[in-house]
Ligand binder design. Structure first.
Ligand code: NDP
Ligand code: PYC
Length: 343
C-alpha cells in the first residue's frame, strides 16, 4: 500500500466505509470479529488523521503476520484485577489493542476511584500508531501515558550494535477549549515505518538517523533496512527514554524485550511480540482544580509565545479535512483492499 496517495489517482471514502472494508479484510484473514473491529477502527483512524506510516500501509504486514502463524488473530485476552490501581492482561499472543479494549472499563473505574491506574499488557503484538490508545482517555477527562517496545533495530547511544526497538511514547491530556493535547513519538530518530516509506519512494533521509551494516552514518534508507540500524532521537536522552520503554513496556509487564523474540521461523512475520504499559490518571485529584482549565492556560501561553503548531495539531487538521471531504486513498490501493476483503 502507498503511504501517501498525494500524486496518485485517488478516491475519497468515508471513515465508516474504510473501517468496514478493513474489518472485512481482517475477518477474511483469520481474526475473530472483535479483533477485526478494533484493528479496523485503529487503522482507519490512522489513515483519516494522516498517520500514513501506520494506516493502510500496514495492512500487508498485518496479513503476512497472520498468515505466518506468528500472531494469533483469534486470541482472547485474559484480564486480571491485581490491585487497587493495577490491571494486568495476557493478550495470548494476539494484538495489543483488543487487550486494551478488554481492560478499558476496569482501568477507568480504578483510575477514577484510586486517582491513578496502571495497565500492564504482555504477550501482545503492537503494529500501529500509539495515539489511538491514549486519546480516548483524554476525551473522558483523564490523562494517559503509554509506551510499547518493538523490534531490535536501534543502536543505544554509545553502543556498537542495535538492541532497542523504535519504542514510542504517547501522552494525552484533556483541554478545556479544544481537542486533547496529544503527542506520540518514536524514541528512534525516525519510525521504522517512515524508513520503509522513504525507501519505497526513493528518498534519502535527513542526516543523523541511521547507520549502515558497517556502523557508518548513512542517509540511504535501504542501507538502514538491509543490515543497518536506526539511532535514538536526541543522542543519550532519547536512548535513555528508549531504555525506559524497554523496562516498563516489557520488563515490568512480562512482555518480551525488543531483542527477545525470534521470528525467523515465521517468514512474513512483521508484528513485534512484546508488551505495553498504560498509566491513566484522574488529573482533578492532583490539585482539586480543573486540570482541563490549567492545560488550556498552558496552550494559550504556548500560542502567545509563538508556538502555533502543537503536537497533535497536524493530525487534527488532517482529521477535519478527511471528515469534510473523505479520506483520500489511491485508486490502486482501494482496489487492492477490495480484493483482500473478497479473499
Ligand atoms: P513524528 O516525529 O512525526 O511526530 C512525533 C510527535 O511530534 C507527534 O505528536 C507530532 O504531532 C509532533 N510534531 C511533529 N512535528 C511537530 C512540530 N513541528 N511541532 C510540534 N509538534 C510536532 O512521529 P514519529 O515518526 O516519531 O512516530 C510516527 C508514528 O509511528 C507514531 O504514531 C508512533 O506511535 C508510531 N510507531 C509505532 C511503533 C510500534 O511499535 N507500534 C514503533 C514506532 C513508532 P502530529 O501527530 O500532529 O504530527
Ligand atoms: O514504525 O517503528 C515503527 C514500527 C514498529 C512497529 C510498528 N511500527
Amino acid at each position: 500500500m502507498r503511504a501517501n496517495p498525494a500524486d496518485q489517482s485517488t478516491r475519497a471514502v468515508s471513515l465508516e466505509q474504510l473501517t468496514d472494508l478493513l474489518r472485512r479484510i481482517f475477518l477474511a484473514h483469520g481474526t475473530r470479529a472483535e479483533v477485526a473491529e478494533v484493528l479496523a477502527e485503529n487503522c482507519a483512524s490512522a489513515q483519516r488523521d494522516g498517520s500514513h506510516s501506520h494506516g493502510i500501509f500496514r495492512i500487508p504486514g498485518y496479513l503476512s503476520s497472520l498468515a505466518s502463524g506468528w500472531v494469533d488473530g483469534k486470541a482472547v485476552p485474559v484480564v486480571e484485577d491485581v490491585g487497587a490501581a493495577f490491571v494486568r492482561v495476557d493478550a495470548g499472543g494476539g494484538f495489543a489493542q483488543p487487550a486494551l479494549a478488554a481492560a478499558r472499563a476496569l482501568l477507568i473505574d480504578k483510575a477514577r476511584s484510586a486517582g491513578i491506574a496502571v495497565l500492564a499488557i504482555r504477550n501482545s503484538h503492537h503494529f500501529a500508531a500509539l495515539w489511538p490508545d491514549v486519546e480516548p482517555f483524554a476525551e473522558q477527562g483523564l490523562v494517559a501515558l503509554s509506551m510499547v517496545n518493538s523490534m531490535t533495530c536501534v543502536v543505544p547511544h554509545g553502543a556498537r550494535q542495535p538492541l532497542f526497538g523504535t519504542n514510542p511514547i504517547a501522552f494525552a491530556a484533556p483541554r478545556a477549549g479544544g481537542e486533547p493535547v496529544v503527542f506520540d513519538l518514536a524514541t528512534s530518530a525516525v519510525a521504522h515505518g517512515d524508513v520503509q516509506i522513504a525507501a519505497r519512494e526513493g528518498r534519502l533521509l535527513p542526516a543523523g538517523m541511521g547507520v549502515d551494516r558497517d556502523g557508518q552514518p548513512t542517509e540511504e534508507p535501504r542501507a538502514i533496512l538491509e543490515g543497518g540500524a536506526l539511532l535514538p532521537f536526541g543522542g543519550h536522552k532519547g536512548s535513555a527514554l528508549s531504555m525506559m520503554v524497554e523496562l516498563l513496556a516489557a520488563g515490568l509487564t512480562g512482555g518480551n524485550f525488543s531483542f527477545e523474540f525470534d521470528w525467523s521461523k515465521h517468514p512474513g512475520a512483521q508484528t513485534p511480540w512484546t508488551g505495553q504499559l498504560l498509566i491513566v490518571i484522574d488529573p482533578d485529584k492532583g490539585s482539586g482544580q480543573s486540570f482541563a482549565q490549567r492545560s488550556e492556560e498552558l496552550v494559550r501561553q504556548l500560542h502567545g509565545a509563538g508556538q502555533e503548531r502543537l503536537p497533535g495539531d497536524r493530525r487534527y487538521s488532517e482529521r477535519a479535512r478527511s471528515m469534510a471531504h473523505g479520506i483520500s486513498i489511491a485508486q490502486t490501493d482501494l482496489e487492492r483492499l477490495q480484493a483482500l476483503a473478497g479473499h
